[in-house]
Write a protein that binds this ligand. Structure first.
Ligand SMILES: [Zn+2]
Length: 128
C-alpha cells in the first residue's frame, strides 16, 4: 500500500525548506506528479492497519503542523487535538492514552506516513 503526501510533508520529514522539497519533486528525486498546480508525492507506507478516519486525522495533524521531528530520527512530538498535551510518538509507540494501551493511534499513522516520505526522499536522493 502507498500513501500520498505533499512537499510540505517531505519538508517536515526531511527538515528541509518547502522550496527544497519542491525542487526535489521537479528534479525527479521524488516520485511526484503535479496535480492542480501542486505536487502530489506517492510514498510506499504500511498504513493498512489504520482505519480511514485515523488516516484522515493523521493527515490533518501533519497539515496543521502538529507533528514535529525531535533530535532523534524516527521520534516525533504530536500535539493533542485540543492543543493542551504533547505526546512522544514513533511508528510503533505513542504516549497518548490509546498508545499506552497498545492500540494503534492516528499519531502513529502520521509518523508512519512522515517516515515513509523521509525514507522515499532519502532513497531517491542517493539513487540519483
Ligand atoms: Zn497516539
Amino acid at each position: 500500500m502507498s500513501t500520498q503526501v505533499t512537499t510540505r510533508d517531505i519538508a517536515t520529514a526531511c527538515r528541509v525548506s518547502r522550496r527544497t522539497a519542491q525542487r526535489w519533486a521537479q528534479q525527479g528525486k521524488l516520485s511526484a506528479i503535479k496535480q492542480h498546480g501542486r505536487w502530489v508525492i506517492t510514498v510506499p507506507a504500511a498504513l493498512d492497519t489504520y482505519k480511514p478516519a485515523q488516516l484522515d486525522k493523521a493527515a490533518e495533524l501533519i497539515r496543521d503542523g502538529g507533528l514535529l521531528p525531535t533530535a532523534l530520527v524516527g521520534r516525533y512530538t504530536a500535539v493533542s487535538s485540543d492543543g493542551t498535551v504533547t505526546y512522544l510518538v514513533t511508528v510503533d509507540t505513542c504516549t497518548c492514552q490509546a498508545g499506552q494501551h497498545g492500540r494503534r493511534c492516528y499519531h502513529q499513522a502520521a509518523v508512519a506516513a512522515t517516515e515513509a516520505a523521509r525514507t522515499a526522499a532519502h532513497r531517491r536522493w542517493h539513487a540519483a
